[in-house]
Ligand binder design. Sequence first.
Ligand code: ATP
Length: 382
Amino acid sequence: KRRIAVMTSGGDAPGMNGAVRAVVRMSIAQGCEAYAVYEGYEGLVQGGDMIREMKWDDVRGFLSRGGTVIGTARCMSFKERWGRLKAAKNMVIKGIDALIVCGGDGSLTGADLFRAEWPGLVDELVEKKELTAEQVEPFKHLNIVGMVGSIDNDMAMTDATIGCYSSLDRICESVDWIDATAESHQRAFVVEVMGRHCGWLALMAGISCGADFVIIPENPPSGNWEEEMCKVIKKVRVLTLLMTPQANTLKHRGLGKRKTVVIVAEGAIDTNLKKIPCTVIKDLLTNKLHLDTRITTLGHTQRGGSPCAYDRMLSTLQGAEAVKAVLEATPSTPSPVISIVENKIVREPLLEAVKQTQEVAKAIEAKDFARAMSLRNAEFTE
Ligand code: ATP
């Protein structure tokens, strides 16, 4: 029986468990044996009990659980050839020649490199007498299929990554809670959201929560943006603050809005690539508009909790497609990544998706923000 392994790697994302469940059950349904690699590439390098067979029942209840039950890790040794050599040995020992990786662009790059090196790795294992020629004979080629698990939605060639909509939901819910207290006290909140170098979460949260101002790395605020931001906020905002020395002098009512929310992506930068910390926004709102301003960093609450319906659906459909891709692969097929494009589950070339993703970072580094925006999803440019 063919043996297919699944692993989660890089940062955890809600929906990763759904992907593992789908791969395990689809593999079994297709007459294969399913294996889970625990703790990302660390499990592959360590081998033994870290690579375990999964039966149908072993993934029961996975669909609604947050994080990743089989664990994830950043594994330095897999970045080294000796680590990948150990990983290859462990896979051959377990009789596995197909690996489905659910992770970010780093994890997928590592997976494709592993595949490219595979024939050399198994030859070396025979040369070093760690494995026999008979042992490696059925495992001359490695099949790799990628699935993108990331809350950031930072991967090119897919409309959504597994986890991004759960994270967006969590952010919206948190901002709703913040809104209630902000409105009660007529306060301003600067909310920092995750996303690293990608502003998708911040931008979509801004739209979904009706934020007053959003700062994202792909389109940094330019010119006299500080004035601009204050003008936008002042237009809508009640500025008659209670219990401040300005209480009697400020009678501005704007459009009657009692709260202000500015959403800042954690990777927010200015046009000189200098980080814009939340404290800068807070000081502006406090000093220029006399708003009682607080900073809330949502932090890891954005990663946790159970996946939303969309991520359960996406991870299940993609997991099933990943197994199909393994079974249809030939030695010359480039490794695919399973994507969703215009609501269809499709296979895209993994390396091209990684390359395009890295182009965004390069465009930002080169201060070509128009290019960075155009390389992102359609939502950014609309
Ligand atoms: P996230 O988007 O959440 O950061 P990621 O997959 O990009 O996820 P990384 O930390 O970049 O996260 O990669 C996860 C793991 O993948 C690394 O710890 C390492 O084991 C492996 N990996 C990453 N890049 C490479 C590479 N170039 N070669 C080999 N292995 C790699």
